[in-house]
Design a binder for this molecule. Sequence first.
Ligand code: 0O2
Length: 209
Amino acid sequence: MGLDLQQWKLIMTRYQIAIEELKSDLNIIDMDWKIRLGYSPIEHLKVRVKSIESIQKKLQKKSLDETVDNITTKLHDIAGARIVTNFEGDVYLILQHLQHRDDYRIMKVKDYIQKPKPSGYRSVHVLAEIEVVLHERVVWIPVEIQIRTLSMDFWAATEHKLQYKYQNGSIPQQAIDALKQTALVATQLDSEMSVIRQQIVSHEQNKEA
Ligand code: 0O2
């Protein structure tokens, strides 16, 4: 037997609050970076709370019963944010920022940039608990924050669409190989953009000296 409507409401509200808090925190640091440094590593930000349907699908995939305990302790990506940057170095600036906040507890960092997934997927995933101050108590709510460059984001979003198209069958090996190849092209694009940025920064510094 699954959860009743009231139990779902309580759970979903909890994650909705966490996502509001996270969105607000990230918008504040984006503004602060822009004002103090004239540049923010955040290119754009997307947040979402998984739908009840996709929570149920994930429970099934993990062979877990639909219980409050399983949902709140075994699923860590119900509330999620995706922070997209222009440059690979900016991914790590944001990671460092998150690691130094007192109102975030970092539970796990998965660095799929240093070690891409077999599919070619690259991104840094941060599993964190964020502090939310409620009327009479303080709670810590888990969120998954994915940080990646525009080029990693383009690859992941397009690959995800192609996987979805083939969800009733298997993707031909030729397409899997071709996708891995495009992931390498995306990696190349990221490193070339970083080199160009470095050239521009050095040029400006030489002018000032
Ligand atoms: P959605 O719709 O994006 O949320 P988990 O699946 O989280 O229980 P795991 O394997 O530890 O367990 O998580 P992982 O692989 O660190 O992160 C899963 C999420 O990363 C996925 O979420 C995707 O968003 C993204 N991801 C991981 N691998 C790939 C990939 O090969 N291609 C693309 N496009 N995205 C990937 P969901 O829940 O699958 O989907």
